[in-house]
Design a binder for this molecule. Structure first.
Ligand code: ZN
Length: 128
């Protein structure tokens, strides 16, 4: 089991023990990638985008290898509804496991850098 991330106010669980910081303290995958002086900004973005971490967490609760197309579609509908269709599952051309990794990577980019690095053109929606 992992403990809470050591960054002040971070709601995420630590996913890696950073022994160089003194004995088994845990940092989340976002703070692990961020420079220490950016940690407060990263924490603020994590809190702003908590709903995205909830969606990602739902995928992990189901189990990455257990995800069904319905699960992918349900999470992707929520992403599209909230204006992030570029993070949505691309359908059967994209294995669900790859999509979850892409989703997670984009989400980490978003909170570490304030934007999604290398995001391609987003799919436009016909109606709100
Ligand atoms: Zn953190």
């Amino acid at each position: 089991m992992s403990a809470s991330c050591i960054a002040r106010g971070c709601p995420l669980r630590g996913s890696a023990s950073n022994s160089t910081r003194g004995g088994g303290r845990w940092v989340c995958s976002a703070h692990r990638r961020a420079q220490p002086w950016t940690w407060p900004a990263v924490t603020a973005r994590i809190r702003t985008h908590g709903w995205l971490f909830d969606l990602l967490g739902r995928c992990y609760e189901i189990g990455i290898m257990e995800l069904s197309a319905d699960d992918g579609l349900r999470v992707s509908a929520a992403l599209t509804d909230r204006g992030l269709p570029s993070l949505a599952w691309r359908g059967h051309d994209e294995p669900l496991q790859e999509w979850v990794r892409r989703f997670e990577g984009s989400l980490i980019d978003l909170v570490v850098h304030g934007r999604v690095i290398g995001s391609t053109t987003s799919v436009s929606r016909a109606a709100a």
